[in-house]
Ligand binder design. Structure first.
Ligand SMILES: [Zn+2]
Ligand SMILES: [Zn+2]
Length: 260
């Protein structure tokens, strides 16, 4: 069949074929839906958590770290607690396959969590995917956070994605064994705004305008681990004029299960 259809037609044809659940391998209805309903219900949904950083807790309070030194972002919205043997495999697919159906399904589930989280407050309308260092982008060939943001923008009304507004000029180093202070110091100046952004201006007619000036923005990431990357990027955006910065991520790593 592939010989006669050509590349694009082959992809379309494949989408029509029945697929199997990525976790239990039972058939599911379409390529878009790679997880069956039962496996979705068994995913490690993040229920009680820190009100600010979304660290998994036994109740919806502030965690000790946020009480001691609140992070620069207003809140973190995460769909799942990162756990080995469940969500980690799905996240790995998102990181390694730019066309992974897991990206579509988990991002879609995240969009539902985001909608619920902003029932009583205005939702940020600007999404900024966490930029990759150019070397990592070259090696991977795509930014998984941009792919997640792209699905979110289709699900969440009135949201736009701003790519390339922010540049990552430092590669991250393994951080899981460092103290929180050292992790944050290590990420301290990992990002900078694009040189054409004028921090003082929201003049849209000016090519050096600042589209985040006094705006609420959401940083989009696949997994928030220590929070150091999110904190560093949030500081950069706040210094560049953002009014509020929130974090939207598929999964949040708990204290007992941190990785890098
Ligand atoms: Zn399943
Ligand atoms: Zn916290």
């Amino acid at each position: 069949m592939e010989l006669f259809l050509g590349a694009n037609s082959t992809i379309s044809a494949l989408k029509l074929l029945p697929s199997n659940c990525s976790l239990c391998l039972q058939p599911v209805s379409s390529q878009e839906h790679c997880l069956c309903g039962l496996c979705i219900s068994k995913l490690p949904w993040l229920r009680t958590q820190c009100r600010q950083c979304a660290n998994p807790l036994k109740s919806n309070n502030l965690c000790p770290e946020c009480q001691q030194k609140p992070p620069p972002y207003r809140r973190c919205v995460a769909a799942f607690e990162y756990q080995k043997d469940t969500i980690d495999k799905l996240i790995m697919d998102i990181k390694t396959n730019p066309h992974s159906p897991e990206t579509a399904q988990l991002s879609s589930l995240l969009s539902e969590v985001i909608t619920l989280a902003y029932q009583d407050s205005p939702m940020p309308t600007i999404m900024i995917p966490v930029p990759l260092h150019w070397r990592k982008l070259l090696m991977r060939g795509f930014n998984q956070s941009s792919n997640i943001a792209s699905i979110l923008s289709r699900k969440l009304k009135n949201t736009v994605i701003l790519e390339n507004i922010c540049i990552r000029h430092a590669s991250s180093s393994p951080q899981h064994l460092k103290s929180r202070k050292k992790r944050i110091q290590g990420m301290g100046n990992a990002f900078r705004m694009h040189k054409n952004i004028d921090y003082r201006s929201d003049n849209k007619n000016d090519r050096t305008c600042n589209p985040i000036f006094e705006q609420s923005v959401a940083i989009v990431d696949d997994v928030v681990t220590s929070g150091a990357t999110a904190e560093s990027l949030a500081w950069t955006l706040i210094k560049a004029g953002a009014k509020h910065v929130d974090i939207w991520c598929i999964a949040r790593t708990g204290w007992h299960n941190r990785f890098d």
